[in-house]
Design a protein around this ligand. Structure first.
Ligand SMILES: O=C(O)CCC(=O)C(=O)O
Ligand SMILES: [Fe+2]
Length: 333
């Protein structure tokens, strides 16, 4: 079972209870690599209504969504990294979504013309979705705050200096992703990779999200009540990550695994198709593009060489289906 953790002590001054949260979080990070956190305080819009307000973007007319498409899907658009990705037939993953960068929440202060990782996020017209930008920005900032609290807690739980897990996130380039999984129509199987159908507990099920590990540090996922998300246990078996109201699913990425020299686990996960469409909103907490990551020497061996977050990200990102094709571009990185 995926553990559930009441993290309310992280929001207050109750140091005694905070210690037990720190320990439980570290145990989850070094064990299953997934934990469902509950009782989040502060401005944290995790209710169904707030999720539906953000999901309104998926109901926009096709032409308006197309304006937000990444260049890979709409060659005349300028954005290569942020923006909208439409569903793609013939792949295990069947979802549409939008990737939103820090300029949404903090304005253009951390943009740069020559770096695709810092490009402006294309946003829907305010007149088409009044209040959407502000709601999305508020959500982004709420997730940044929770992620910072969780990183501090994890540092304490792993006996790592809190500052080490905080400093790289100044000027962070976190990604807020909204995902809509429509029902898979027959044409989505055409020319498909063989891995769309999987057997789970004696039943043949279809995938809508291919198995993968996240690239980054910490993912905070807000899912609706549909279900389908699964995480791979150490024994190789797939475990359901069940929806729970007003909670976030927390998992850890490859970069944190690298950073902690394997202490924290980046756990594989996937999404099974359900009987109804599904909505999920992951937030990927990410360092600044120029932040230097110095792997921690935890194993008694000399640590790996330091590297810049942006360089790491670019190499990994181009392997994902939503970005495939980008590796042929000659870009700054
Ligand atoms: O939709 C989900 O529940 C999972 C999404 C996911 O794993 C991802 O975007 O990395
Ligand atoms: Fe993921």
């Amino acid at each position: 079972m995926i553990p559930t953790l009441d993290i309310s002590p992280l929001f207050g001054a109750d140091v005694e209870h905070r210690d037990s949260v720190d320990r439980a979080l570290a145990a989850a990070a070094t064990g299953p690599g997934f934990v469902i956190v509950t009782r989040l305080a502060g401005d944290c819009p995790l209710d169904e209504r707030s999720r539906a307000d953000l999901a309104a973007i998926f109901a926009l007319p096709e032409a308006e969504k197309r304006r937000l498409w990444r260049q890979k899907f709409a060659p005349r658009n300028a954005n290569v990294y942020r923006g909208y990705f439409p569903v793609q037939n013939g792949a295990a993953t069947y979802k549409e979504g939008i990737d939103l960068g820090p300029d949404l929440a903090h304005g253009p202060r951390i943009q740069a013309d020559d770096d695709p990782l810092l490009e402006p996020t294309p946003l829907p017209d305010e007149r088409s979705l009044p209040g959407w930008r502000e709601a999305a920005a508020r959500y982004y900032r709420a997730m940044e705050q929770i992620a910072a609290l969780l990183m501090a807690s994890l540092a304490r739980g792993l006996a790592i200096d809190e500052a080490v897990f905080a400093a790289p996130f100044a000027q962070g380039i976190s990604t807020l992703r909204m995902i809509h999984y429509p029902l898979r129509p027959p044409e989505s199987f055409r020319g498909a990779e063989p891995a769309i159908a999987v057997e789970h507990e004696g039943e043949v099920r279809q995938l809508v999200g291919a198995p993968h590990t996240d690239s980054g540090i910490l993912t905070l996922l807000n899912q609706d009540s549909t279900g389908g998300l699964q995480a791979r246990g150490r024994d190789g078996r797939w475990l359901d990550v069940p929806p729970q109201p007003a909670s976030l699913v927390v998992n850890f990425g490859k970069l944190l695994e690298l950073w902690t020299e394997g202490r924290v686990r980046a756990t594989e996960h996937r999404v099974l198709a359900a009987a109804s469409p599904r909505l999920s909103i992951p937030f990927f907490y990410e360092p600044g593009a120029e932040a230097l990551i110095q792997p921690l020497a935890t194993s008694g061996q000399p640590p790996l060489a330091p590297f810049r977050y942006g360089d790491y990200l670019w190499k990994r990102m181009v392997k994902f289906v939503e970005f495939r094709g980008l590796e042929r571009r000659t870009v700054a990185r």
